[in-house]
Design a protein around this ligand. Sequence first.
Ligand SMILES: CCCCCCCC/C=C\CCCCCCCC(=O)SCCNC(=O)CCNC(=O)[C@H](O)C(C)(C)COP(=O)(O)OP(=O)(O)OC[C@H]1O[C@@H](n2cnc3c(N)ncnc32)[C@H](O)[C@@H]1OP(=O)(O)O
Length: 231
Amino acid sequence: MTQQEDQQEELAERRAAVAELGAAVRALTDAAVVSEVDDATLRSVAAAVAELVPSLTAARRERHERPATDPPGSGHRWYNPVIGAGNPMAPPVHVELVDGRAVGTCVLGLAYEGPRGYVHGGISALLLDQILGHAHGASGRPGMTISLSLRYRGPVPLNTPLRITGWLGESDPGRPSDADDHGDDRQPSHAIGTISTADEPDSVLVEARGKFIVPNRKQVQRIFGGEDFAR
Ligand SMILES: CCCCCCCC/C=C\CCCCCCCC(=O)SCCNC(=O)CCNC(=O)[C@H](O)C(C)(C)COP(=O)(O)OP(=O)(O)OC[C@H]1O[C@@H](n2cnc3c(N)ncnc32)[C@H](O)[C@@H]1OP(=O)(O)O
């Protein structure tokens, strides 16, 4: 095996282990929010879970440090709170690009509840921000959200397969392209997204409009310390 194949195998192993833990803790979170067992059982589970923490934090990363799952250039985000298999907070949403559109699918359990039986509006905003980000990134230039507005048209049901779609709209027509010495065109992109159930994809429950920019070199330096933020 070449050294590169060795590294690929190691990375795949790491990602599989990370996804395994993510799924197990996600299941624990779901169990914690649906559980109606007696208080003594809740307390004994709490104590058992607390005992597990030090075995994970024995080797830890800090803010700005890359996890082993996301080597430079991979563009991966295994702990992303929406799509990351390693993040128990993430449903996770599975995203595919279909004809230039980003299409996400997921089922949200009771951990994401807002109105009883339905998804919290902030969670809908989180999913749409992500999917708009994918629609923008599909153009080859991943960016950052500078504005996001939502219209909640109908309640989004929990425990129901959902479909989240994002695509790019027209850019600001009147805005001059004042390309500066950092080489960006400083034209925010407009992205549009919707959430519906998988069964009724044409019935829009939430609609989002967002603007994205590609940070220029100075901004990347200021915010991310110069590292290519999207890779
Ligand atoms: C991020 C991860 C990427 C991972 C990629 C992986 C690959 C997979 C692909 C895809 C999936 C990705 C999915 C991610 C989805 C999640 C996205 C998020 O949640 S992003 C976090 C929330 N957003 C922020 O935190 C921005 C916070 N805002 C700022 O930091 C500043 O406002 C900033 C840097 C954007 C501009 O600040 P100044 O001080 O440099 O510039 P000023 O003076 O304020 O701007 C003047 C005008 O010029 C525009 N402008 C500034 N910079 C621009 C630029 N680079 N391009 C175009 N216009 C720009 C501004 O919008 C403003 O316009 P006006 O007055 O509002 O109309």
